[in-house]
Design a protein around this ligand. Structure first.
Ligand code: ZN
Length: 327
């Protein structure tokens, strides 16, 4: 059950006092009446059945799921993912936000990492997702069950998480593994924010890799020094063999979505870039440099722009290859 109290959307959930702690941003781009009229009505409910556990059988999964000791990235932002799949915990005294859940097999590792840092799963108030593929959303259902946190996703991603299978508009439709269906997902409009206590995460629409792909940005402070962190969603033009980014009846806006996402990543304030696959932003190289004494090695204010430029070049190549094959 959800209710509006004092202009904020609050949720009465499993935890005593949860209604006090849940809090939606009313910042730029947020329209409270829209929240009331649309989000309440649109809160998606999965079938009453318990989510099935789905074990993907992919060649990379075991490597991706290699355990990784959790560590502080900056301020109140922590890495709690596996060696090959990022999950992030952003903490506050009023509750925490978790970003992404890895594979279904990653969920217990992520939970253990959060506990190893001294945080309680029960204090996770919101769980957000980059994109709906099994390697980033597969653990969300279990992490929601363990924490009681509410899952938020873009309006294009939310139904996929609830259903547990991607739609025909996903470039990887023919090859994507299903995920454990998430019991309840709250859709958020593009450009909106999720707020927990004094944490505010802004959603950036960066679709193309999937139709609902979302990047997230927030501020983390170490003492008085505050930085802008960006979790830049996957920007790769990867698809099943039968999908054309240049000509898809199921996802006709794929190229426009990519272009809008690249522009958003180029313009966003970005001190530290993090990505769903840590290697995509050289996380381990940067961390090794930091551990070697370069205190600011994770920081690179050009990283988001270069991330977008690299992805644009790769997409251009893909588009040229598709056009070359056209009759
Ligand atoms: Zn993906």
């Amino acid at each position: 059950m959800s209710c509006i109290e004092g202009g904020h959307l609050t949720t009465a959930g499993q935890h005593a006092g949860e209604a006090r702690r849940h809090d939606w941003s009313r910042g730029l781009g947020t329209v409270v009446s829209l929240l009331a009229a649309t989000l309440l009505a649109a809160t998606l409910l999965a079938s009453a059945a318990l989510p099935a556990q789905v074990t993907p059988n992919c060649s990379s999964c075991a490597v991706w799921n290699t355990p990784q000791a959790p560590f502080r990235i900056y301020g109140n932002t922590y890495y709690v993912g596996t060696r090959g799949l990022t999950a992030l915990l952003i903490t506050s005294s009023d509750g925490h936000v978790l970003i992404d859940g890895g594979l279904s097999e990653s969920a217990p590792l992520i939970a253990a990492s959060i506990r190893a840092l001294g945080f309680r799963l029960e204090d996770i108030r919101a769980i957000v997702n980059s994109h709906v593929h099994y390697d980033h959303a597969g653990g969300l259902a279990e992490l929601q069950r363990l924490s009681g946190g509410e899952v938020f996703a873009s309006s294009r991603s939310a139904p996929v998480l609830v259903r547990g299978t991607v739609g025909r508009d996903d470039p990887q439709y023919a090859i994507a593994f299903p995920i454990a269906a998430v019991a309840r997902v709250r859709p958020i409009p593009a450009g909106d924010s999720v707020r927990v206590g004094d944490l505010t995460l802004h959603a950036l629409a960066t679709a193309g890799h999937t139709p609902g792909g979302t990047s997230w940005t927030w501020r983390s402070c170490d003492g008085h020094r505050c930085l802008s962190l960006v979790y830049g969603d996957s920007q790769s033009a990867i698809s099943a063999d039968d999908f054309l980014f240049t000509k898809s009846a199921d996802y006709p806006r794929a190229l426009e979505d990519f272009a809008a996402g690249f522009a958003a990543l180029e313009q966003v304030r970005c001190d530290i870039l993090l990505t769903p696959h840590p290697d995509a932003s050289a996380m381990w190289d940067r961390l090794a440099k930091r551990e070697g004494g370069a205190r600011d090695a994770l920081r690179d204010s050009s990283a988001c722009r270069r991330y977008a430029e690299t992805a644009r070049r790769a997409l251009d190549k893909r588009v040229s290859a598709e056009r070359a094959k056209m009759p």
